[in-house]
Design a protein. Structure first.
Length: 506
């Protein structure tokens, strides 16, 4: 792969949906939107994106290159070969969204090239920016250009939408548990084993067929992907409306970039799946910049420069890791890769008796692992220990994600991080409650808590009644607006129901 400074001719096409060699563009560079804003207010790249959004919004809903149609490809109440086809809870999550971004970017470029408001240099080099929210303040805020209601000429700003979390639109900040990718980047395997109810889904999601809404959420899809969706809120908080917020596309560019960051790790090496079930068998439909039908498979989009003619300007690791009790830490302070997953099914050793209701406050449940099990009969220690948060549904859009803790002491909040095993983003929980949804069994999150189990066991603190605590994570209010937000009527918080919390040994 080339560096961000290299601009090379595109490689020849390998599939129907790949660029035509006769019309292939030179390689373009996707840049950090906050770096662009630091260079110049209303940087030409951002201003050109605003112009593309304006043009696309002016097209009729039935036009495949319109703003509404492109958003409906991600989610809508209507389904055909193109609409309502986003892949979630699946190992196709990353390649599908890469394809989606690629064709959307081409539609934007064509719109930009038609506009007299954009200079020729920007037209020739324009690419979607990405939002790297994991570099601390202010990058964990919505970029300023997207929060302004008007452009410099006084016209309405196409990048601003009022349907967002009001704190975020006022300059509020997301918290590190929402923005970090450290847990995802620590995963060795792209996909978890199929058919194992207690096993983690890996970096990229569980092995599935076509999956508009799968049950088990992959590590990167959960955090930061789902957490950022929920923190931005409003349109971004729902499958069916997320693509209507211009931030959606920058957020997903960063998720796409993090896939490249994961692959560049070498100790141990990370690899994409090689099976035909992932690379060639599942075909996806999209619309190109002329509105024509195009198809792609995962194998068409594995080399962003050679196949798709774009690269990222940098591949830095996360700004910081959020320590969790389920992680080991390497010498740099990042989550170290866990031991390789055993290839045998895990055993259910305990489950909660009653559902847990999450209403915006701290909630707890207990899982008893004192009953009979093969491990207890053999007096054996498990190689891996997993915590499952299962059958997650909501009666509306949740207020935000929750951090999950195991055996959190009652009287010492300073030790929270030592017992933190991860975060449930809840993106898709409302859809999981729709009787017409593909999420018929609700969402499931799986955390590998082996290291925490070992630490607690060695200290004599692991107990057979495992306490699981849920703490809400909410946007940090901007200081200047705190009083106004305190006086304003709070948004009602939807109730989230966790049907079962369970512990598996392997």
């Amino acid at each position: 792969m080339g560096s961000a400074e290299q601009v090379t001719n595109a490689a020849s096409a390998v599939h129907e949906g790949s660029p035509d060699p006769a019309t292939a563009r030179t390689t373009i560079v996707r840049r950090d939107v906050w770096a662009l804003e630091d260079k110049q207010e209303w940087h030409p790249v951002i201003a050109a994106y605003a112009e593309a959004v304006r043009i696309m919004r002016g097209r009729t809903v039935g036009d495949p290159t319109s703003w509404a149609y492109q958003a409906a490809m991600h989610g809508s109440r209507t389904a055909d070969d193109w609409l309502n086809t986003c892949q979630h809870g699946s190992w196709f999550f990353l390649p599908w969204h890469r394809m989606y971004l690629y064709w959307f970017e081409r539609i934007c470029r064509t719109a930009i090239e038609s506009s007299p408001e954009v200079d020729d240099t920007t037209k020739a080099t324009w690419a979607l920016p990405y939002w790297n929210y994991d570099r601390g303040t202010p990058t964990n805020q919505i970029p300023k250009t997207f929060r302004e209601e008007f452009r410099p000429d006084g016209s309405p700003n196409p990048l601003f939408v009022s349907e967002r979390d009001r704190a975020m639109n006022a300059g509020g900040s997301m918290l590190p548990p929402e923005t970090t990718a450290s847990a995802a980047l620590a995963k060795r395997e792209f996909s978890g084993p199929a058919g194992f109810p207690g096993a983690t889904a890996g970096f990229g999601g569980p092995q599935t067929g076509f999956s508009h809404g799968g049950r088990t959420i992959g590590e990167l899809e959960n955090t930061p992907h789902g957490a950022v969706h929920m923190a931005v809120g409003g349109l971004m908080a729902s499958f069916n409306t997320a693509g209507l917020d211009p931030l959606f596309w920058l957020h997903h560019c960063n998720i796409d970039r993090l896939w490249e960051v994961w692959l560049r790790q070498t100790n141990p090496a990370r690899r994409n799946p090689a099976s035909a079930a992932w690379t060639t068998n599942q075909v996806f439909h999209f619309r190109d910049d002329s509105g024509a039908d195009v198809t792609q498979v995962s194998g068409d989009v594995l080399d962003t420069e050679g196949q798709l003619n774009y690269i990222y300007d940098q591949f830095a690791s996360p700004f910081r890791r959020v320590p969790t009790g389920g992680d080991r830490v390497d010498s740099r302070g990042f989550a170290a890769a866990p031991d390789e997953e055993p290839d045998r099914p895990p055993e259910l050793v305990g489950a909660s008796e009653d559902p847990v209701r999450l209403t915006g406050e701290v909630a707890e449940t207990t899982v008893s692992v004192a009953g009979p099990s093969a491990f207890r009969r053999q007096r054996a220690e498990p190689e891996r220990v997993y915590l499952n948060i299962e059958e997650v549904r909501a009666d509306g859009t949740p207020g935000g994600p929750y951090q999950v803790f195991v055996n959190l002491p009652d009287d010492d909040e300073t030790t929270d991080d030592n017992y933190n095993v991860g975060l449930v983003s809840l993106f898709g929980a409302a859809e999981a409650s729709d009787p017409d949804s593909d999420h018929q069994e609700g969402l499931r999150y799986v955390f590998d808590i082996t290291e925490l189990y070992r630490v607690l066991s060695a200290a004599g603190l692991w107990r057979d009644d495992v306490k699981v605590t849920f703490k809400p994570v909410r946007v940090r209010m901007p200081e200047g607006a705190r009083a106004a937000f305190t006086q304003a009527e709070p948004r009602p918080e939807a109730t989230v129901t966790v049907g079962r919390v369970s512990v598996f040994f392997r």
